[in-house]
Design a protein around this ligand. Structure first.
Ligand SMILES: NC(=O)c1ccc[n+]([C@@H]2O[C@H](COP(=O)([O-])OP(=O)(O)OC[C@H]3O[C@@H](n4cnc5c(N)ncnc54)[C@H](O)[C@@H]3O)[C@@H](O)[C@H]2O)c1
Length: 361
């Protein structure tokens, strides 16, 4: 049964949420943004009501589910407000700014008894789901290593705005791209507990502001009077309980020759391994068949991977809200990634491997 959606924060990603929710049959009932013109624009496209405050939005009876699409430092107050009002919440990633905030959000969800799903949308990637189905069928044996990477050569979002202000975002590409890669890797491997992490970050291109060469830009034009105190690139090695290691590389800006380092994931197991890109239409699986090492390309439906990924996220949200399934990317998944990100930054600061909070049972 369709239920109404409210959208909090009407910037870049809100439009994608609104389209995916609409495709899933959920009407956009109301929207709220601190910038009224943005709320007005989104409302006009979807025939929604513009609210004058978050309180007004969460008081609307027809709004059963809320998509939270605000900057990272606003996730916690907005999620608490919506959950406390009894709304089901699809909360954009990262879950929050720190572990205490994650715990407060999870507690608010538990008190209200409503669904809380974290926006780890990459779990809906058709290629990732194809690989996951092989892993779950035991075809990969035990997974011992995952390499994951997303490289932008010049792709700092909104230089000088909230994305590049650590107090508002929590960090740079590790927070923006790395959380997707880490969650996806852990999910594929069956959610082993991350135990130790070693990380390094690099900055300088973004911080140079005016000397940064733009090739592409999203999240608005650069604000040269703004702040850029986050990393340009992050790299990490994560050790998990049971022996899985995850090697992660993400960048917003790096002097990388074009095309040499590939985006995507490489999952290596004892019986087979796979390589794929999150938005890819193809998966390659390496395995042994009758004494030969062969690369197979399994068939799966990938007409429009990005759209399918978002549709899958909303399908799972609806299933959770209507009680057919547990939330797919739940609060513990969001908290686990938060703990990992904090460990990677701590390791980078201290130049040594560190323990991940919550790594002991
Ligand atoms: N899942 C993904 O692939 C993906 C992609 C992009 C962004 N995101 C996440 O989505 C969130 C929003 O990112 P974005 O790119 O849309 O940013 P954005 O800057 O384009 O939009 C954020 C909007 O929130 C509004 N806002 C700020 N504070 C608010 C408040 N307290 N209440 C209501 N509105 C408020 C701003 O005016 C702005 O319109 C971030 O958490 C980001 O990490 C996820």
């Amino acid at each position: 049964m369709a239920f109404g959606i409210g959208i909090i924060g009407c910037g870049g990603i809100a439009g994608v949420h609104a389209q995916a929710a609409t495709r899933a049959g959920l009407p956009i009932v109301a929207v709220w943004d601190i910038k009224p013109d943005r709320a007005q624009r989104l409302a006009q496209t979807h025939g929604a009501r513009v609210c004058a405050s978050i309180d007004e939005l969460v008081a609307i009876h027809e709004v059963k589910g809320v998509a939270i699409c605000v900057p990272n430092d606003c996730h916690h107050p907005c999620a608490i407000k919506a959950l406390t009002a009894g709304k089901h919440v699809l909360l954009e990633k990262p879950m929050a700014m720190d572990l205490p905030q994650c715990d407060e959000i999870a507690a608010a969800a538990a008190r209200s008894g409503t669904t809380l799903q974290i926006g780890f949308v990459c779990r809906g990637s058709p290629a990732a789901r194809c690989v996951k189905s092989f892993i779950d069928a035991g075809r990969f044996g035990s997974i011992h290593h995952i390499k994951c990477a997303l490289y932008r050569r010049r792709g700092i979002p909104g230089l000088g705005g909230w994305f590049t202000t650590k107090a508002r975002s929590g960090g740079g590409p590790l927070i923006d791209l790395g959380v997707h890669m880490l969650d996806l890797s852990l999910w594929l491997a069956g959610s082993p507990r991350p135990v130790r992490a070693s990380g390094a970050t690099m900055s300088g291109l973004g911080a140079a502001m005016r000397d940064y060469t733009y090739t592409s830009m999203w999240a608005g034009p650069p604000k040269f009077d703004g702040v850029c105190d986050v990393e340009d690139c992050a790299t990490a090695l994560v050790r998990c309980e049971g022996g899985l290691t995850i090697e992660m590389n993400v960048s917003w800006a790096a002097n990388l020759p074009e095309g040499h380092l590939k985006d995507g994931l490489c999952v290596i197991g004892s019986k087979a391994g796979a390589a794929f890109q999150v938005f890819g239409k193809e998966v390659t699986i390496a395995t042994e068949e009758e004494g030969h090492l062969v690369d197979l390309k399994p068939h799966f439906v990938a007409d429009d991977p990005e759209r399918q990924m978002w549709d899958e996220q909303y399908r799972q949200f609806i299933d959770a809200v209507e009680g057919r399934a547990q939330p797919h990317a739940d609060a513990p998944a969001g908290r686990r990634v938060q703990a990992l990100v904090e460990a990677i930054y701590r390791s980078a600061d201290e130049s040594r491997e560190v323990e991940v909070a919550g790594s002991r049972p």
